[in-house]
Design a protein around this ligand. Structure first.
Ligand code: HEC
Length: 501
């Protein structure tokens, strides 16, 4: 075995996935090189630059720098080469949870099968460097969302803690809630949101919550009671999730004419998950991670509004010791949309579980149609949760005849218990709850509806509660009227009264 292979071998015992990948690697033993053998310069470096380097660069959240460095290659492949190939073979890197067999997702980080095969063949051939003159820089990845952001220019709001927060290493996972100092004095339409981590190496994920006006005072109290910026908040507050973000994720930049409505008085809170594992307190920087928001100009109302349809299963029962507790339930959309023959698109989805979560999936069924997959996460990892958006030409259509089916699987065996203060907990019966040691089985389907329909049903999950005030309807009006946004034929004085209450 050559020296660099020894350097590349992982310390400690490999994970089951990693062990499987090692077995694959061992089967490459009969490696030989032909003209079609991939080389680092010609084939692999562009993949790593396109798919790994955004995190694996100095200051990034990835654990090492994967950027090409001629000196590091001077005497054989660098130490990280074998690890990188193994992590790709094991499907661990790049981090991307949704199965590619379910629904297409915009800005997917996943490698194509061809890219994975290329990396595997390169590893099998013992990581040939190739000639630097064969290197061609990879085509930039297309980002329709980012193109929109760039066209809009600077954000209208940059929301961050006024003072930096320094996470405490005594809890390697420090969850901090920063109450955003911004008052929405009137109903506001958001068209874009993104997270700008300041200290990217320690910001592991962020969830932006919207609380309604009635909770503003208690948030101010919580904030004031803690001398540091924000307050400690392990677990999940009961509030609307606006955006769940993990490193490497593009934000949400909505197409023209679509907006997220924020009610007057809404308070936004950023829950930031800091991970400081392996650092001493002196090595932890203060952080002012920001959320940037782009608004529609005052007075401009989008024609379509984002409606988040929350789908929780609060009846989950996860017996102590059970390694495979599957919980399934369904949500019929008829009570939400009524009997009107409307069709609304689902533009994205989000799934949420805690530490015992193993898998989560969301399917939909319409009368007379085959079941369709919206989200399938076969291996849940709490640290990589985020919102997913479908490509615009592949939005799913739902209506009153739609039933959503969600399945969550939990592993409550002794081996899968969280470690708290260095000690692994013993299994106990677990149910739904907000604490990190409780569990959740929750998805959101992100739908687009008319602003009028949003005001009729908005309190189920529109940002900050209700939608904009329902427009007054006129007899004879045929669209966008009467609060429910649905007109069965021309409105009459009679049915207007019924609709508008
Ligand atoms: C979105 C950010 C991100 C991207 C993209 C990414 N990584 Fe990582 N990588 C991480 C983080 C964070 C870690 C540290 C371990 C963890 O938190 O999962 C890591 C750890 C690793 C490790 C060492 C840890 C281990 O034992 O597996 C390797 C090797 C690795 N990444 C290779 C890659 C390769 C190869 C790619 C591209 C094909 C890639 N990564 C893409 C964020 C990323």
């Amino acid at each position: 075995m050559r020296e660099w292979i020894v350097r590349g071998v992982a310390a400690g015992s490999p994970s089951p996935r990693r062990a499987a990948a090692l077995a694959i690697a061992a089967s490459f033993a009969s490696a030989c090189t032909t003209d079609s053998t991939p080389t680092y310069q010609a084939d692999v470096r562009p993949i790593f630059e396109q798919r790994c380097q955004s995190c694996h660069q100095p200051g990034g959240i990835g654990t090492f720098d994967i950027t090409y460095d001629a000196a590091a290659w001077a005497d054989g492949p660098p130490a990280w080469a074998q690890q990188a190939a193994l992590s790709v073979a094991a499907g661990e890197m790049p981090p991307w949870m949704p199965s590619q067999d379910c629904h297409a997702i915009q800005d997917s980080r996943a490698l194509t099968t061809e890219q994975r095969d290329t990396v595997a063949a390169w590893a099998a051939a013992n990581f040939p460097a190739g000639d630097e003159s064969d290197y061609v820089s990879p085509a930039p990845i297309e980002h329709p969302m980012l193109d929109r952001r760039d066209a809009w220019g600077d954000p209208d709001l940059v929301l961050a803690s006024p003072d930096p927060y320094t996470p405490v290493v005594s809890r390697p996972d420090d969850y901090r809630c920063i109450v955003v100092d911004h008052d929405f004095t009137e109903g506001t339409w958001i068209r874009g949101l993104e997270v700008a981590p300041e200290e990217a190496e320690i910001v592991h994920h962020l969830i932006l919550y919207a609380f309604d006006a009635s909770e503003a005072a208690s948030l101010t109290q919580l904030d004031a009671a803690d001398p540091e910026p924000g307050y400690a908040c392990p677990g999940n507050p009961t509030a609307t999730t606006v955006l769940a973000w993990a490193p490497g994720q593009v934000g949400e930049f909505l197409p023209e004419g679509i907006g997220r409505y924020v009610d007057a008085g809404t308070k936004l809170v950023m829950q930031i998950h800091y991970n400081t594992l392996g650092r001493t307190q002196d090595e932890v920087p203060g952080d002012r991670t920001a959320t940037r928001i782009w608004l529609y100009p005052a007075g401009e109302t989008p024609t379509q509004a984002v409606l988040q349809i929350p789908f929780p299963n609060m009846d989950i029962r996860i017996p102590a010791g059970e390694p495979n507790a599957a919980q399934e339930n369904t949500l019929n959309l008829q009570p939400l949309f009524g009997n009107a023959p409307i069709e609304v698109p689902i533009i994205g989805v989000m799934g949420h579980m805690h530490q015992l979560g193993r898998a989560i999936s969301l399917d939909m069924q319409r009368t007379g149609q085959d079941e369709a997959c919206l989200l399938d996460i076969p291996e849940w990892n709490f640290s990589w949760q985020q919102s997913y958006f479908f490509p615009e030409d592949q939005w799913a259509q739902v209506g009153s005849d739609t039933t959503l089916r969600m399945t969550c699987r939990f592993d409550n065996s002794a081996a899968n218990q969280p470690v708290v203060n260095g000690e692994q907990l013993t299994p106990r019966d677990v149910t739904w709850g907000e604490g990190t040691l409780d569990e959740m089985c929750l998805t959101y389907a992100v739908a687009l509806v008319s602003p009028a329909l949003l005001s009729a049903i908005g309190d189920i999950g529109a940002v900050g509660g209700g939608g904009p005030a329902a427009a007054d309807c006129e007899p004879g009006q045929t669209s966008g009227c009467c609060g429910d946004g649905v007109c069965d034929g021309p409105e009459t004085v009679d049915n207007c009264a019924a609709d508008c209450g």
